[in-house]
Design a protein around this ligand. Sequence first.
Ligand SMILES: Cc1cc2nc3c(=O)[nH]c(=O)nc-3n(C[C@H](O)[C@H](O)[C@H](O)COP(=O)(O)OP(=O)(O)OC[C@H]3O[C@@H](n4cnc5c(N)ncnc54)[C@H](O)[C@@H]3O)c2cc1C
Length: 410
Amino acid sequence: MDFDVVVVGGGPAGLAAAIKADERGERVLVIEREARLGGILKQCIHDGFGVVRFGEKLSGPEYADRFISQLKQTKVQTSLFSFVTHAEKSEKGFHLTYVCKDGVKNVRCNRLILATGCRERTRNGIFIHGDRCAGVYTAGAAQNLVNMLGVMPGKKVVILGSGDIGLIMARRLTLEGATVVGVYEAKPTPSGLTRNIHQCLHDFDIPLHLSQTVTRVFGEERLQEVEICDVDDKMRPIAGTEQRVQCDCLVLAVGLIPENELARSLTVPLDPCTKGAFVDQNCQTLVDGVFACGNALHVNDLVDYVSESGEIAACGAASGPRKLLNIDKEGKLLYIVPQRLDVNAPADKVVMYFRASEELQNQCLTVSVDGETVFTKNYRRLLPPEMERIVLDLGKAATAQRIVVRLEDK
Ligand SMILES: Cc1cc2nc3c(=O)[nH]c(=O)nc-3n(C[C@H](O)[C@H](O)[C@H](O)COP(=O)(O)OP(=O)(O)OC[C@H]3O[C@@H](n4cnc5c(N)ncnc54)[C@H](O)[C@@H]3O)c2cc1C
């Protein structure tokens, strides 16, 4: 088993990467642990996907299907029900071990594209104490039960976390007949897109409680109550503010973490700001030949950009050795991607994604190469939940010493 490219993960990032690599004439294998391609989109049956790429509001399965249909026209091979457990680099390329229905298999490739998506933070990850009763789900698990298996996770629901997934689940469970008692958010501002606050909460009269969190759960076999507390400005529960709310289901939408076990096993350095790999403009990590894209690279809010990063990763085969220059971030930026520039590779259309570190008004983003400003853009408002995308011409940076991206007051 020998391929030019192996893509791990058959979600939107992996599908886009595989199609693009095939277009370039490479022998490609996609390894996916689930029974079907499409990644998390299979269970996202609401619309809003593909507005940037197709100019249409598609559901998750419809968006995925456009790529799966295209993939079927290519020579790309797929291995479903296959879980990559180990990856190793040698002089002969990359050696992957995966477990599938036929047992344990090995495959070799020249380039490895990691498109493994995210996993969700759980109850243990945010230290919710109390009984070990049934009825506590991550939002993804609850979404899978309702949308894929047709099973309701509960009748009276508390949702913790006001990111987009929490908001969408609040609406979904209401539409299916549950009562959503409220969405609770530890931060003083909601984490999801403004349009989702309106379309998922306001339109359905679902209350949003800011600066409050769930600290404990109660229930012998099934969840019966949760304890809610006010939090201080550091999001720590304030003693004496405890109140109990009756419910039989707690849905946790408290964050996604890029899935990077394989990257770690290949000693790929990870950025503490994104929890994904440090990459250059071709989505190539700091380990030559290993690429990362989609939510495995950083948590995206639009699937269109997930597909875009898959395509960038597929096109990123270097023709010679790389020379990497740091791209530094300064000011009020939470993160930037890419964090490196390969000055030996084309750099006239560098796609950069960034998020602001807090809610900000009247900001100016500047990009400078050795002190000379090469890009500026003004923003009236920036919100951390809304990822921004810019395209930079860094073609003149070939001999530069320093590139800085800075966000500051106008
Ligand atoms: C629970 C949940 C709900 C979401 N809901 C929305 C939403 O409503 N709207 C929205 O715009 N975005 C939503 N997102 C964001 C969504 O994840 C992205 O838009 C997009 O699907 C990310 O694509 P991806 O290909 O990077 O990852 P994924 O779609 O997560 O695909 C990754 C794939 O990699 C596979 N994989 C991982 N590790 C291995 C391994 N070791 N071996 C083999 N296969 C592996 C997984 O099985 C999966 O199929 C949601 C995310 C989550 C986690």
